[in-house]
Design a binder for this molecule. Structure first.
Ligand SMILES: Cc1cc2nc3c(=O)[nH]c(=O)nc-3n(C[C@H](O)[C@H](O)[C@H](O)COP(=O)(O)OP(=O)(O)OC[C@H]3O[C@@H](n4cnc5c(N)ncnc54)[C@H](O)[C@@H]3O)c2cc1C
Length: 288
């Protein structure tokens, strides 16, 4: 399905809550994420503050979420959304070379795991990219740096190493990825530098490396990069009590809206966002 009433970006607790309620309310919904649901939930060894499920592990809770989605008949569209824009009153969501369409959108992307480094935003589109599939070909035979924030994104780094001549690789986890053209420096990226385009990266230990481009592979990218003109503060999406953002028809829920970073808060906001989305659909005459 490429069109729906509601598109939900992110299949963590917030997105799942919104999707289950959308289904109950007979709305067509596309839930973007991956089959493993939330890595953050998965990493929680013991959750003791979720009502009704004392002392449950994150792994068990994810299994329960998955079973609930299956029972409700909500599938997960295994795509990473790389851009969203509005066309003719509808939202267009881009995933690699695919396009999806929805009347409204709920952003439930979680919190950006790594803070942007100096120059990351400034050089976006001028040597900095967040999407290997979209921009990898621009760096055929070149030297690039690749920062990767979670094992699930590492396949993208492998793909880039097949295209680029040399890759300086900066995984923020223990990675066993080895290839002839991959170099793993012992210090992290401090800044991306250049005049009009990326020319080099500066490492935390003071070293400098000449590169043609830098890829930041993140599980949750900054929301205002996904959707331009979306208002954020300190990297978190600004919402009101109805989880409305500054963009009509776009709602947000969960960690992406800020603290407290808790499952119960994410689930609650997902529910509120969905109800606001229903009111929006009604307002634009999509209630039938
Ligand atoms: C180690 C650890 C322990 C924790 N313990 C607890 C605890 O005991 N109790 C508690 O309440 N909370 C705990 N938390 C916090 C809790 O996990 C988070 O608050 C919660 O998962 C937030 O849910 P969310 O749906 O907002 O975001 P996430 O769970 O982060 O889910 C967001 C999902 O969106 C996906 N996504 C992001 N961008 C895109 C995109 N562009 N396209 C498609 N999909 C996308 C991501 O891959 C991710 O799966 C813990 C967190 C950690 C890391």
């Amino acid at each position: 399905m490429n069109r729906a009433d509601i598109a939900i970006v992110g299949a963590g607790p917030a997105g799942i809550s919104a999707a289950l309620n959308a289904k109950i309310r007979n709305k067509s919904v596309i839930l973007f994420g991956n089959g493993d649901l939330s890595r953050k939930v998965e990493l929680s060894k013991l959750i003791s503050n979720y009502p009704g499920l004392p002392e449950i592990s994150g792994k068990e809770l994810n299994e329960k979420f998955k079973a609930h989605l299956d029972k409700a008949g909500v599938g997960i569209t295994d795509e990473k959304i790389t851009g969203i824009y509005k066309r003719g009153g509808r939202f267009i969501l881009l995933a690699d070379l695919k396009e999806f369409e929805a009347d409204c959108v709920i952003l439930a992307t979680g919190a950006e795991s790594l803070k942007p480094v100096e120059g990351e935003r400034e050089f976006l589109g001028r040597g900095v990219s967040f999407c290997a599939t979209c921009d990898g070909n621009l760096f055929k035979g070149k030297t690039i740096a690749v920062s990767c924030d979670c094992p699930e994104e590492e396949a993208e780094a492998v793909y880039l190493s097949e295209i680029a001549q040399r890759v300086y690789y900066f995984p923020s986890f223990k990675s066993s990825l080895e290839r002839e053209n991959i170099i793993k420096p012992h210090s992290g990226i401090k800044a991306v530098c250049g005049q009009n385009r990326v020319e080099e990266i500066k490492l935390k230990n003071g070293d400098k490396i000449k590169v043609d481009g830098v890829f930041f592979l993140k599980q949750s990218a900054a929301a205002d990069i996904l959707l331009s003109k979306l208002e954020t503060e300190n990297g978190r999406i600004i919402v009101d009590r109805e989880m409305k953002t500054n963009i009509d028809g776009c709602f947000a829920a969960g960690d992406c809206t800020g603290a407290p970073y808790q499952i119960a808060k994410a689930v609650g906001e997902g529910n509120v966002a969905l109800h606001s989305a229903l009111a929006y659909l009604s307002k634009i005459g999509k209630n039938q």
